[in-house]
Design a protein around this ligand. Structure first.
Ligand code: 4NP
Length: 156
């Protein structure tokens, strides 16, 4: 089982989702059965580490994002991943445009698995510290729901 998180730049929201979900998998003892990656729809930051504000906010909750590096999503990702989860509707629209007709996995919004009423993870890039903490709140919420869903569907 392979899960890909997608945002615009792959330096704020999707690396946060990646790091949080990875930790949720480790805590649940299922990190060997479920793989995680993240990517951006844009190529602006290819090869870059996550935004230092995302790394710092995540570190205060015990997540280490520092080793992640940005990459751009590719049509081949539809062959490698079972779940491709967008942070917002604009990212999802872009993914739907390149989705191969034979992709049989799940393409949707990450927050479809959250309890929060929010449907999109707001882009924190141009805002303050609170925005980065809020991305973490949403990622923690949706990660627990996503793991519950995957375990129900797959029996992992
Ligand atoms: P992300 O945030 O999509 O959560 O990684 C952004 C990062 C960079 C830019 C926009 C959003 N940018 O315009 O460079």
């Amino acid at each position: 089982m392979q899960v890909l998180f997608v945002c615009l730049g792959n330096i704020c929201r999707s690396p946060t989702a990646h790091g949080v979900f990875q930790q949720v998998l480790v805590n649940a003892g299922v990190d060997c059965q479920i793989g995680v990656d993240s990517a951006g729809t844009a190529g602006y930051h290819i090869g870059a580490a996550p935004d230092p504000r995302s790394v710092a906010a995540a570190r205060t909750r015990g997540y280490d994002l520092s080793e992640l590096r940005a990459r751009q999503v590719d049509v081949g990702d539809f062959e490698r991943f079972d779940y491709i989860l967008a942070m917002d509707q604009s990212n999802l629209d872009n993914l739907q445009r390149i989705r191969p007709a034979d992709f049989s996995g799940h393409l949707g919004l990450f927050l479809d698995f959250a309890q929060a009423a929010e449907r999109e993870v707001p882009d924190p890039y141009y805002g303050g510290r609170d925005g980065f903490d809020y991305v973490l709140d949403l990622a923690e919420d949706a990660s627990h729901g996503l793991l519950r869903h995957i375990r129900t569907e797959s029996g992992i």
